[in-house]
Design a protein. Sequence first.
Length: 113
Amino acid sequence: QVQLLESGGGLVQAGGSLRLSCVASGSIFRLNDINWYRQAPGKQREFVAVITSAGSTKYSDSVKGRFAITRDNAKNTAYLQMNSLKPEDTAVYYCKLSASSSWGQGTQVTVSS
C-alpha cells in the first residue's frame, strides 16, 4: 500500500505563495501520474492538477496560470507551487497516485484576505 505524506501548507495572505510537497513510499512513484486535489469546508474534493509519468501537466481552470505541478522521481516527491493565492484557494490539499486508492492526511492551506 502506497503511503503519501503532504506538507508545506500554512497561513498566507492573498497574493502570496506556498509550495506543497508530496512524498510517496514505494517504487511505483515514477510509473504513476501524480494528482493534487483539494477540499474546502463543506465542499466536495476537487481536482487541482496532474503530472503524468512522462511529465505532461494539466490544471483545473481555477488554478491555471497560478499553480505549477512538478515532480522529482529520484526523491519520490511531487510539488505544487502555488502563486497569487486567493481566499478561495483555502482548503486541505491532498496528493494521490493515479494507480493507487491511497490518500495522505493532507496539508491545510489558508489564504487570508
